[in-house]
Design a protein around this ligand. Structure first.
Ligand SMILES: [Fe+2]
Ligand SMILES: [Fe+2]
Length: 255
């Protein structure tokens, strides 16, 4: 008797008596192969559809990023037209804050959020009369309380823009101080977001290093002395250390 094995070598079939059974096996094998081919084709179609969806999503995200970039540019232009000093200040603060965040080894997306917030952190000054901003003397208490409204106004301007980071909150908190002596809400310590604490250090250092309408530039050593003196009192200790390291060890300079 002749024995043969089916395609998977499972059970011997008897050639003569089993011819019909073997044909059925071949038929079902062909059917299985067809089904398998159909399934592979379906998977291919799904993979193509998935890739297309992914591409469409990436394009939408890119469009959204570009639109947000345009919104930021418009805001910067509006500030620049009215108050060139603040525009230059915001760019230098953005550059230093981004570098402090990088020195602190924060994640890339957080660093980028801090840079964006830095570029527009004083946008609220748009609502303050230009003559107050450029006054060639120290401000009166009434003028100072007007200036102190700018973080909240900035927050109101930015809060509905769909940033990928909490930029509006960072702007809101950039004048808060670690011991609660800042404004507008007198937040303290951990209640202030780390990004805003970094912005605060960069903001103060840039302000001391720059010429103001009522005084000349005081220089980087004076700025570093200020943040070291009030390390963990007014300013976040880690952000202070990173900032000092940038100027003393890494050769950071304002552009
Ligand atoms: Fe400010
Ligand atoms: Fe500022």
């Amino acid at each position: 008797m002749n024995h043969s094995f089916d395609w998977v070598g499972r059970a011997p079939t008897v050639e003569r008596a089993g011819m019909q059974g073997q044909e059925k096996t071949e038929d079902s094998l062909i059917r299985e192969i067809r089904e398998l081919r159909d399934r592979i084709a379906e998977l291919d179609r799904l993979a193509v559809a998935h890739r297309m969806t992914e591409q469409a999503l990436a394009q939408s995200l890119e469009k959204l990023r570009r639109a947000t970039g345009v919104v930021i540019d418009v805001i910067i232009m509006a500030v620049e037209t009215r108050d060139p000093y603040t525009a230059g200040h915001q760019n230098r603060v953005a550059d230093l804050a981004r570098s402090i965040a990088a020195e602190m080894r924060l994640p890339a997306d957080v660093i980028d959020g801090i840079r964006v917030a830095g570029r527009i952190h004083d946008v609220g000054k748009i609502s303050i009369p230009a003559e107050v901003l450029t006054r060639p003397r120290h401000l009166s208490p009434a003028e100072y309380s007007l200036v102190k409204t700018h973080p909240e106004i900035g927050y109101e301007i930015l809060k509905n823009i769909d940033f990928t980071h909490p930029v509006a909150q960072m702007v809101y908190q950039h004048h808060e101080r670690m011991n609660g002596s800042g404004y507008p809400r007198g937040l303290s310590g951990e209640a202030i977001m780390p990004e805003a604490r970094i912005l605060a250090v960069a903001d103060v250092v840039e302000a001391i290093c720059s010429r103001r309408s009522y005084r000349s530039a005081l220089g980087i050593e004076k700025a570093l002395k200020e943040i070291l003196q009030y390390r963990d009192v007014l300013y976040d200790g880690e952000a202070v250390d990173a900032c000092v390291a940038l100027f003393r060890d890494r050769g950071f300079r304002f552009k």
